[in-house]
Design a protein around this ligand. Structure first.
Ligand code: FE
Length: 195
């Protein structure tokens, strides 16, 4: 059987499965679109890590990234993705400010760059508490920040997704871009961990 026929058959099967799941109220159409998009696009935190490593090693890229992440990640062959166009905004941690992302309404998340979202990200506890008491919540993740460190919580929407640009760790001056990328974890891209 030719590839085209196989693809068409798989498409029909996926469509039927989608309809079944939606009819039975198991999953909303938009959420399912996101899962399928993630699967087809190779969603992985390795993508976000590549963006971070490039920003750490290329100051001009970093500036473009902070000004317009949606456009700048296409330089690495990446896209913000989503069925509806999404805007990506990258927020940078510094010596004085720490950023953390949440979706207080549901579970919006830059899935192509961070991979499938962890269950705690979607939990009621995280979504409500990280806004009210970010320092305490980050402490529970094992991230203790100095008292004078300002914490900004970014609330995602279906249109705008956020990714954190963590601080480059000390003593990594000699590392190549790929080695730097290997240090970056999904939680560091959410802001619930440091690198
Ligand atoms: Fe959401």
């Amino acid at each position: 059987m030719s590839g085209t026929h196989t693809d068409a058959r798989i498409s029909r099967q996926v469509r039927r499965l989608e309809t079944l799941l939606e009819e039975r109220g198991i999953v909303a159409g938009a959420a399912l679109d996101e899962v399928i998009d993630a699967f087809l696009s190779g969603a992985s935190p390795a993508n976000g890590a590549r963006v971070v490593a490039r920003a750490w090693t290329d100051p001009a890229f970093r500036e473009r990234l902070l000004a317009d992440a949606t456009t700048t990640i296409t330089e690495l062959g990446l896209a913000a993705g989503g069925v509806q166009p999404q805007r990506l905004r990258v927020v940078e941690n510094t010596a004085h400010t720490h950023n953390v992302i949440v979706c207080t309404l549901c579970s919006c998340y830059p899935i192509r760059l961070l991979g499938p979202s962890p269950s705690w990200y979607k939990s009621e506890a995280y979504r409500s508490r990280v806004v009210r008491e970010p320092r305490a919540v980050l402490g529970e993740f094992g991230l203790t920040l100095p008292e004078d460190m300002e914490i900004t919580v970014w609330d995602s929407t279906s249109e705008t997704r956020y990714m954190v640009l963590p601080r480059r760790p000390e003593g990594t001056e000699g590392l190549a871009e790929e080695e730097l990328a290997a240090l970056v974890t999904r939680n560091a891209l959410i802001g619930t961990a440091a690198v």
